[in-house]
Design a protein around this ligand. Structure first.
Ligand code: ADP
Ligand code: MG
Length: 393
């Protein structure tokens, strides 16, 4: 990697501010999934082993710059303490004299967790007072929050301009997997793209058109492509203002001699509901009053074969409305084919990662990205501001 990491710097006895992504899903105040906490353990463990004073900071939810007692990080600190087998003191704020005093009292090897960064407006605004107030707490800055690296906030960019700044091990891992797939993939390199909207994924499609050997399209966005080809799509989600764009992307794919796959058959439903009537029809024969909910079984089999034959697979976006069991089959087929593949398999995108978790296949992927929006921007070929600001090797 081009950026320095915590392995490249001396942290012994230093106060190290680590931006982590502890934005965990909550269910009635309980942590519904602690994956994001577990993913931060390698960095925290390395810092403890090297006797650093570790100051962890994260946001949780969207408190909009105000204290919200339901979004405090106490339960996160407790869970982290259990995982580490060490005490993690949770502070009542993330800046100010009391926080500074608590940090001054830390001993080598200690870990504290600051309160939710987004209780302060200055965090998302990256304002000129909040970032220095954070920076005062530490000697060194570490970014290990891949999921927020695409945001230029005080804790991701502001503070990194005020302190020596390096990457944590999770950030390093994310960047290594995603960039090796994009820059230097083992071929054939297959990209599987689905999800809600073509407009959300234009940048990703454009970038992957230039890099992959085959594109497999599914999800709601396939109907925009099918309509652009002149097919009836009934009541399927479709972006009518993106038809020209869809045509130009398909023309581009043709010029590059890339295999551009659209669904051959689709599962249609009579309404958008789990208990709707549904049937499988050819993609060119979607009935007027029905809507496309998933790729059909022929398409799923074709896509699964292309995936199994690939040496690198990058997947972003579910193939159908996977939250409803009757329409999860296409997404499951893709996830299973990736799990069986001998190649490098990478999943990016929040809902795609959730779908892989739902199928219990996350452990069988080479890498499931922890950053939804950040992984999308990375796949678009953009440099993430939270990464750009870190010291080069
Ligand atoms: P990701 O978060 O992985 O980038 P998106 O947010 O783009 O993925 O899309 C995920 C959403 O797309 C899911 O909620 C899923 O239900 C929805 N979706 C997929 N296929 C369809 C479809 N045919 N009709 C309506 N919604 C769909
Ligand atoms: Mg999503």
């Amino acid at each position: 990697m081009r950026k320095k990491t915590i392995r490249d710097v001396d942290v012994q006895g230093k106060r190290v501010f680590v931006r982590v992504d502890f934005n965990v899903p909550l269910d009635d105040g309980r942590i519904a999934d602690d994956r994001r906490i577990r993913e931060a353990l390698p960095t925290i463990t390395l810092l403890r082993e090297h006797r650093a004073r570790t100051i962890l900071a994260s946001h949780l939810g969207r408190p909009q710059g105000k204290v919200d007692d339901t979004l405090r990080l106490d339960s996160v600190a407790k869970r982290l303490g259990e995982l580490l087998g060490a005490e993690v003191r949770k502070l009542q704020d993330c800046i100010g004299p009391e926080v500074e005093a608590a940090v001054a009292a830390m001993k080598d090897g200690d870990v504290v967790l600051l309160e939710n960064l987004r209780f302060h407006k200055g965090e998302e605004a990256n304002d000129l007072e909040f970032a220095p107030a954070l920076a005062r707490l530490a000697d060194l800055y570490v970014n290990d929050a891949f999921g927020t690296a695409h945001r230029a906030h005080a804790s991701t960019v502001g503070i990194a301009k005020l302190l020596p700044a390096v990457a944590g091990l999770l950030l390093e891992k994310e960047l290594n997997y995603l960039s090796s797939a994009l820059e230097n993939p083992n071929r054939p390199f297959v990209a599987v793209l689905g999800g809600k909207k073509v407009s959300d994924k234009i940048g990703v499609i454009r970038n992957l058109l230039t890099k992959s050997d085959a594109l497999l399209i599914g999800g709601a966005m396939s109907y925009t492509f099918l309509k652009a080809k002149g097919f009836e799509v009934g009541k399927s989600l479709c972006e009518d203002d993106k038809l020209d764009l869809a045509r130009s992307l398909m023309t581009d794919a043709g010029k590059r001699r890339l295999a551009f796959h659209l669904p051959e058959d689709v599962v249609v439903a009579d309404r958008f509901a789990e208990d709707a009537a549904y049937k499988t029809v050819p993609a060119e024969a979607i009935p007027k009053d029905w809507m496309g909910m998933d790729i059909g079984s022929h398409t799923a089999a074709t896509y699964a074969k292309v995936i199994r034959d690939a040496m690198t697979v990058m997947w972003n976006g579910p193939m159908g409305v996977f939250e409803m069991p009757p329409f999860a089959r296409g997404t499951r087929a893709v996830a299973e084919a990736m799990a069986q593949s001998k190649g490098v398999t990478i999943v990016g995108g929040g809902d795609s990662a959730a779908a892989v978790e739902q199928e219990g296949l996350a452990n069988q992927m080479t890498h499931v990205s922890t950053g939804g929006g950040a992984s999308l921007e990375f796949l678009e070929g953009k440099e993430l501001p939270g990464v750009a600001v870190l010291a080069d090797r």
